[in-house]
Design a protein around this ligand. Sequence first.
Ligand SMILES: [Zn+2]
Length: 197
Amino acid sequence: MSRVKGRPRKIAIIMINYPLRPPMPFWARYLSMAFGILNVIGGIVSSNFQAISFPFIVGLLVGGIWFAFGYYGGLPLVNTVYDWQPPNIPNEITDCHRQGLLVLRRRKRIMWASVPCYFVVGAILMPWLEKLGHPDVGFILIATVMAIIFFRYYLSRCPRCGYGFFAGSTNRAALIHRRNYCAYCGLSLDGQNRSKK
Ligand SMILES: [Zn+2]
């Protein structure tokens, strides 16, 4: 069963020492944390202190994400293998790397397969939520699930070098790029080595 084989274990017992990724400079971290707090305050005030309201939930969600982004100094990465080891030879492709690539390709399939589901779920949920007077709750729910599924793929670690597979640099605050290979070590999604210039 190749699907099961490629699945990372839910609980990692061994502490993995992934390569260090420097965070954003302090001023940028404080700025994004302050922006997060402002978003939360803005959400609370504009909702007239009503907890179940669109501005309140969005303010809390968006503010919380900005605060966490600043606190961590960038974006976290999602593991693709549970027993990652730094490669012994730069271009080697081991079974562990192949398993990680299986996980990556599965995340990609799930991501694209989920897109029509948002419309279907939206079409089913919305009339009912509108009757209840909270169509915005459906929007928040769908957007949150969508963001989690998309970021789970685009924030995946490279199973070989341990940096972000889609990250533009080795910094925590790197931009995310859509491509089929790791920019750092050149491992491609289909298990090849991309030749470097
Ligand atoms: Zn890599």
